[in-house]
Design a protein around this ligand. Structure first.
Ligand code: SDX
Length: 391
């Protein structure tokens, strides 16, 4: 009867769905997308190919890849009216807020003629989202610095185009640095999907009601924003800033703060619900970070030094060893993004650009099969029934 439900706060032990997209073995530090190991994808694939694979289940052949890329390119622009959305924001609005609102607003443009039960309509929504999300993200940045929006350039790769839209200005010829473009593409690949994390679960939950996919992705963006989830990459850089330098006592002070149960502070970019061994994405991210900073002549970067020393001290500390706390995907990504000139408040936006591919693949997967509205129960802890006082 009512009240006899499994109590599992935080869904520590509940599988909310069946999914064939991503496999994680947290104990072994394994991450596979459609069976392919993340480090192999990061090395040999590219973000558009990963998007295709997440969405459709297998790597594309040459023709399928060319066709998918052409479809994405065909949808990179946003409706002219979208420009007006931005004007309603203060210039200092957090770009995650703009991304969340404007993406949700796309529902108004693609609503009336969509039938989410039709595969074709779901795929076109997925293509539109993957194509437009970097455009909206770059617009949020341009708006915040008071520069004109850039129209997407379809002769460039996905990552190149994003950097172009972020950094090109009408007054100067802009060429994309290939080191930046490669690093950006890799960051996109490494964040693309991660099974039923909080934001993906949110997208599925919103989608389970039959809601418009653009609105569902907006819900995912909101869930990603928090510092315990995607907001951690921004929080890592703030933390490294606060630590200041790689002196032993400064770092130890922050480690002690993180261990102190009376202090809510956590070591940002550390720990994971599923990984009780190294996050395999963090390994690739650390290598990428070293490569990029080396190529940019920034190998002595102060924050990189702090991060490395912090990692070393934490990994030797009993508190972190006992709890199996390792650096996660967000520990090193921010250092790379910062070296590329991307402002800190855009880090989580970049995570969202990438994760849109995973979110929409999960939404598509859910709607391709039978599913039920997500509707958990609760353990009621309130008053017993009582009488409303009569005057
Ligand atoms: C992402 O789920 C995903 O897949 C997410 C993600 C994705 O790709 O979608 O991988 C992306 O969100 C990465 C995580 C980013 N967040 C952070 O870096 C913020 C710092 N980390 C934590 O807040 C925390 O580790 C979580 C939120 C990531 C995981 O939380 P859990 O699974 O609820 O674990 P917990 O908080 O219960 O931790 C267990 C123990 C606790 O100590 P005890 O109460 O047992 O003594 O470990 C401690 C925690 O206090 N702990 C930490 C810590 N993380 C956990 N202590 C200090 N610093 C930390 N970072």
């Amino acid at each position: 009867g009512d009240g006899l439900f499994t109590y599992d706060p935080g869904f520590m032990a509940t599988s909310s769905c069946q999914s064939a997209i991503t496999y994680i073995d947290g104990g072994q530090g394994v991450l596979l997308h459609r069976g392919y190991p993340i480090d192999q994808l990061a090395k040999h694939s590219n973000f558009v190919e990963v998007c295709y694979t997440l969405l459709f289940g297998d790597l594309p052949n040459d023709e399928e890849y060319a066709d998918f890329q052409a479809r994405i390119r065909n949808h990179t622009m946003v409706h002219d009216q979208i420009n007006n959305f931005f004007k309603g924001f203060r210039r200092d609005a957090h770009p995650m807020s703009m991304l969340c609102s404007v993406t949700g607003g796309l529902a108004a443009f693609y609503h009336d003629h969509m039938n989410i039960k039709k595969e074709e309509d779901r795929v076109i929504s997925a293509v539109r989202l993957i194509a437009k999300i970097p455009t909206i993200a770059a617009m949020a940045y341009k708006y915040s610095v008071g520069q004109p929006f850039n129209t997407p350039r379809n002769d460039l790769s996905y990552a190149e185009n994003f950097l172009y839209m972020m950094f090109a200005t009408p007054s100067e010829k802009y060429t994309v640095n290939p080191v930046y473009a490669n690093a950006m593409d890799r960051i996109f690949m490494l964040h693309a999907d991660h099974e039923q994390n909080a934001s993906t679960s949110t997208v599925r939950m919103a989608g389970s009601t039959g809601a418009n996919p653009f609105a569902c992705i907006s819900a995912g963006i909101a869930a990603l924003w928090g510092p315990a989830h995607g907001g951690a990459n921004e929080a890592v850089l703030k933390m490294l800033d606060e630590i200041g330098d790689d002196s032993e006592e400064n770092i130890q002070r922050f480690i002690d703060k993180a261990k102190d149960k009376n202090d809510p502070f956590k070591l940002m970019g550390f720990g994971h619900r599923v990984y009780r061994n190294f996050d395999p994405r963090a390994k690739v991210m650390k290598e990428t970070c070293d490569e990029v900073l080396e190529e940019l002549g920034l190998a002595d970067d102060a924050q990189l030094k702090i991060a490395k020393r912090l990692e070393q001290i934490a990994l030797e500390d009993d508190y972190f060893i006992e709890r199996k706390l390792y650096p996660n995907v967000d520990f090193y990504s921010g250092i790379i993004l910062k070296a590329m000139g991307i402002p800190t408040n855009m880090f989580t936006v970049i995570f969202a650009v990438s994760r849109t591919s995973g979110w929409i693949s999960h939404w598509h997967e859910m709607l391709s099969d039978s599913y039920k509205i997500s509707r958990p129960r609760q353990l009621y802890t309130g008053h017993d029934q009582r009488e409303y006082p009569q005057k």
